[in-house]
Design a protein around this ligand. Sequence first.
Ligand SMILES: Cc1cc2nc3c(=O)[nH]c(=O)nc-3n(C[C@H](O)[C@H](O)[C@H](O)COP(=O)(O)OP(=O)(O)OC[C@H]3O[C@@H](n4cnc5c(N)ncnc54)[C@H](O)[C@@H]3O)c2cc1C
Length: 417
Amino acid sequence: MKNRVLVIGNGIIGLSSALAALQRGRDVTILDRIAQGGDNCSQGNAGMVVPSHFIPLAVPGIISQGLRWMRDPESPFYVKPRLSLDLMRWGLRFYMSTNADQVAAGTQVLRDMNLQSREMYSQWQDNGIDCSLVKRGLLMLCNTQHALDEEATIANQARSLGIPASVLSVEETNSLDPNVTMATVGSVYYPKDCHLDPSQLMQSLRNKITSLGGKFLLREHAQGWKTSKGRVHAVETVSGDVEADEFVLCGGVWSDGMVRSLKLRIPMQPGKGYSLTVPDPVELPSVCSIFVEAKVAVTPIGNSLRFGGTMELGELNQSIDPRRVQGIVKSIPKYMPNFKPQHFEGIQPWVGLRPVSPDGLPYIGRTNAYSNLTIATGHAMMGISLGPITGKLVGEVLDGEAPSVDLSHLSPDRFAE
Ligand SMILES: Cc1cc2nc3c(=O)[nH]c(=O)nc-3n(C[C@H](O)[C@H](O)[C@H](O)COP(=O)(O)OP(=O)(O)OC[C@H]3O[C@@H](n4cnc5c(N)ncnc54)[C@H](O)[C@@H]3O)c2cc1C
């Protein structure tokens, strides 16, 4: 009998892990509490594949900037003040992760993962996993000279890490995407970045997994675990126990809650974000971009244009705060003046919860406590970017092979108490 792998979570990380396990000859089942095509964080996001994002979230200076933003209800970053021991502990770990050595180590890991993942997307596309991958790069659009100077410093760092980046004047920025009118003082262009259609990617992955014999067990909520002698035997659901030989937890922001009954901790906060997709925009850029000061991502998806943004830390629910959505809408004409607030009237915002670890790095690997439990989660703003390489790493972990990327900084046990 083939070795059975149960993957918990039908998001990009679960699907990428399932694909890798199937390609390694395992008998794979994916369990999720929502229906096929149901909404999780992997559906309505900005779909960017970003080697340019090699700096972890927790960097020196971010806390003072975050505190300034918190006074503005329409700002791109917000922490809902509340008395929560988990949030306080997470905040302390976040603060401790902003030291230069840790950031430098995280930078190398994210660079390696992003570049490998980008290559894998091309291979996936060639192997029938169609996600409308567009390899035209990313523009970091700046409204102020101060932001452009900061982005130019990051571009220097990128080049020193082998990631191409150019600082562009206003004219060079405009000529790179003549389809759209932009109001900037200049930009940084990352030619290796790409964009794709996340919903199409998810559907193509499911089709591929089904064609390789993978099974889906949907509308089943994993409620607990059956364990003995340092091994997991089954996941408990209302319909009964689901047994397997190996378990891969890819439960996104809900993963920490799921491992608590195993006496494990993978600290995580939900980073709520919104996207607005305009079906027939006044202008359709051909290159994806980020409004640097406003922290809004702009992605052409087919004939529509998606704007995504905000990072609201701390609330594990999918309620929509209209003030935050307004913050996105108001920022758009500052960078793309032909877009007006009325173009967004009647557009229903999509909401997603990013799984955010305190050091801005994912959790990938086995746990010390359970020899057949692998964890893959905590990808925050980069789950799409890092999906393929995460799946590859999970496959290597399952087979006990040397990992393609140094996993020592990604251990799920790194915050164990
Ligand atoms: C506005 C926005 C824009 C973004 N843009 C980008 C981008 O451009 N590029 C990029 O790389 N990333 C982007 N991201 C981040 C990206 O969307 C996430 O990192 C990624 O989707 C996380 O994937 P996941 O598989 O870990 O989690 P999810 O997609 O959330 O999947 C987790 C799954 O686990 C299931 N689950 C949880 N608990 C249980 C349980 N008890 N039983 C059964 N099933 C369970 C859930 O139902 C869910 O389906 C963006 C996010 C947001 C919000």
